[in-house]
Design a protein. Sequence first.
Length: 418
Amino acid sequence: MAALVVQGGRPLSGVVTVEGNKNAALPILAACLLTRERCVLDNVPRIRDVFAMCELLEGLGARVDGKGTSTLGVSCQEIRSTDPDPALVARIRGSVLLTAPLLARAGRAGFGESGGDFPGRRSVTTHRRALLALGASPEAGDARALAAARGLRGASLYLDEASVTATETALLAAVTASGTTEIRNAAAEPHVAELARFLRSLGASIEGEGTSTIRVEGARSLGGARHRIDGDFVEAGSWAVAAAVTGGTLEVRGARRLDMEPIVAVLSRFGVDATLEDGRLQVRPSRLEGAGRVTTGVWPGFPTDMVSLVTVLATQASGSTLVHDWLYELRLFGLEQLSGMGADLFLCDPHRIVVTGPRKLRGRSLDSRDLRSGMALVVAALCADGESRVEPLETIERGYAQLVERFESLGARVRREG
């Protein structure tokens, strides 16, 4: 396993361009299995989760061209296997998105325990219920497989939680199911809407994406298409926080204004001096203040993926901030290490943490337990006195590409070891 060694105390300055949205790229890659025709994807993030998804697709029978670049070509003339590689499935949460396309194309899908962050706490019950409602059934003799020998059929669905991947699973199943499907309590995140747009470019009939009700008219077959993945707004927010806590001047390019608004609204409450235009976010040295209370919400609420980063921001702000993530309790536990750096934290319960600042942080060895808290710890190291070591770096590289090169280009002193 590799480590990122960070010498703190240097402001980030310059220009950085975000890569494509990880949470859009994975379902769109899975959607390529729905058609026999070639799909071309541009602005694909060069991250470990995408590399693993490409390997999964190849194991199922797809051909993937351009691996390791930002442009991928995906063709799947036939499904050669309906059992995704368990070792790869265990690495990424997005592997669950392969179930619906396999059912649609081959009438069967095996599945294992998907990985990613907090795998034991992120249930796929809602996903499974959606597939059962659309005509799938448990395979006799194999509790880890679903079958749809007679094909999937449209249905009226109410998701018991507005889960992003459950909504995407229902969409992927519905687009070639016979008849009409209505998905209520659907997630409205930008990457769900982008998946719907991509499916529409393949020939699917979808309306209502970006709202809580999505309607799908099943198509007999889908074609190919070319699609450019939108910029990753969480990555853009990550760079903005890194600039703010180091006192830097940074221009972040590539994320859409509408996607960035919920993040920038919260950063402004901390006193971050930022200007938002479409495709560009400028951050300048700021006098940071406690934000009072920051609470995550379903879209367009403040995204849970930014919780770890604003917690680090709060350590450098004058006054107290209560950070409340109602969705994932384990995310805050990964930030207890900030106390060892000198931060003033009080963990109220698994979902709420009170941060009082500003406190000067000290470098130390840190454990990146999940993707977002791992990046947050790197940001904390950037503004700390002395040297920090964050490992394993591979956890962070699941969602952030070329970290060493990009940090160095912005004036940080970092190096990769191992």
